[in-house]
Write a protein that binds this ligand. Structure first.
Ligand code: FA5
Length: 343
């Protein structure tokens, strides 16, 4: 092939490549076409062998012609890629339009589980009244859950709380009262603590759950009397259920308090008139309480001649059911989104 032949072949190849590139619809296709002409074994590259055989005086002109053909193909390739990218952008903009006039979506803000809300409210009330928070383990020994709380072995009072036993002899605590003992043994007197936490009993119906939450209260000092217990719980009830709320004490029995009392609050639904929730009594039971039994003091090395104290234990679910108007305790543990969203 002579120089003229080479020039016209190059023009022909360049025209052909430019024409093909103008028709491709995909980037990958464009790359294939370009490689077919400019790749290492592409048609333009093949003509380099012709260049080598030309007389020396024709070589610069041939070189220039080859470069021109390469530039024309490369230019058409770049231009086509730009067009394809622009087209893709326009398509996306058309399809992914954003209507800025649509109303905004509110982010879902969780205010916590209703039980946690109530527990936090109760803790805040007691903290304002001067109680500090103490905690204890959920897996307990018989000693802390029963023995040091004046439940002798085989005493029928142990049946008051159906216990989940572990195979190693330990148990899931049946109440938060073991924290009383742990606190008496670890803290200096005077003591004024509450202890919130999960407790477990083999117990299940509309108002009883096998896992539930209690808040224990304990105050020990010199000359603490039943009047202090009544004053503290009255103040608590008014802060929790509203100004002027009445409470009453009913004699009861707990091995670790003497005397013991169950505390009822004036029914927050009928204010004492009698309704379905309070079984027409006008009162709702909310907690157990009493003066710390001298045997409990002695088990923890506290002199009952010098010190006295009161303790109480309330059920968080009970208060949550009352203040949130919930009739079935199991609702708290089912994690039904429709229920939880109401709080
Ligand atoms: C006790 O657990 C005592 N430790 C409370 C106490 C502490 C008395 C300090 C004296 C001094 P009782 O078993 O009554 O007492 O439980 C206290 C409260 O826990 C009850 O009033 C009730 O509100 C709640 N409760 C008891 N069992 C369940 C249960 N299975 N499910 C949900 N709440 C329960």
């Amino acid at each position: 092939m002579d120089i003229q032949g080479l020039q016209s072949k190059l023009e022909e190849l360049a025209d052909e490549a430019v024409g093909k590139l103008a028709g491709v619809e995909q980037k990958e296709e464009a790359i294939q076409v370009k490689n077919r002409y400019l790749g290492r074994s592409g048609s333009v590259q093949e003509l380099m062998t012709v260049l080598r055989e030309l007389p020396n005086e024709d070589k610069p002109v041939a070189g220039q012609a080859i470069n021109q053909a390469k530039q024309a193909i490369q230019g058409a390739f770049d231009a086509r890629l730009k067009e394809l990218a622009q087209r893709e952008l326009e398509r996306k903009m058309r399809e992914e339009t954003l209507d800025v006039t649509l109303p905004g979506r509110k982010p879902e803000v969780s205010l916590g589980h209703p039980l946690r809300q109530v527990e936090n409210e109760l803790i805040a009330i007691f903290e304002e009244m001067g109680f500090a928070v103490a905690e204890g383990p959920e897996i307990e020994t018989d000693y802390f859950n029963f023995e040091a709380l004046n439940f002798p072995p085989d005493h029928p009072a142990r049946d008051m709380q159906d216990t989940f036993m572990l195979t190693d002899g330990r148990l899931l605590r049946t109440h938060t009262s073991p924290v009383q003992v742990r606190t008496m043994q670890a803290y200096e007197l005077p003591i004024q603590i509450i202890s919130p936490g999960r407790v477990y009993r083999c117990d299940s119906d509309l108002t009883h759950s096998p896992v539930f939450h209690q808040i224990e209260g304990l105050l020990i000092d010199e000359e603490v009397s039943m009047a202090d217990l009544k004053g503290t719980l009255t103040e608590f009830a008014q802060r929790c259920f509203g100004e002027g709320t009445q409470i009453r004490f009913r004699p009861s029995y707990f091995p670790f308090t003497e005397p013991s009392a169950e505390v009822d609050v004036e029914c927050i639904f009928c204010h004492g008139d009698g309704c379905r929730v309070c079984s027409d009594t006008g009162w709702l039971e909310i907690l157990g309480s009493g003066m710390v039994d001298p045997n409990v003091f002695e088990a923890s090395g506290i002199d009952p001649e010098r010190y006295s104290g009161f303790a109480f234990g309330l059920g968080v679910e009970r208060i949550a059911m009352l203040t949130r108007g919930i009739g079935d305790i199991r609702r708290f543990f089912e994690n039904d989104q429709r229920f939880l969203e109401q709080f």
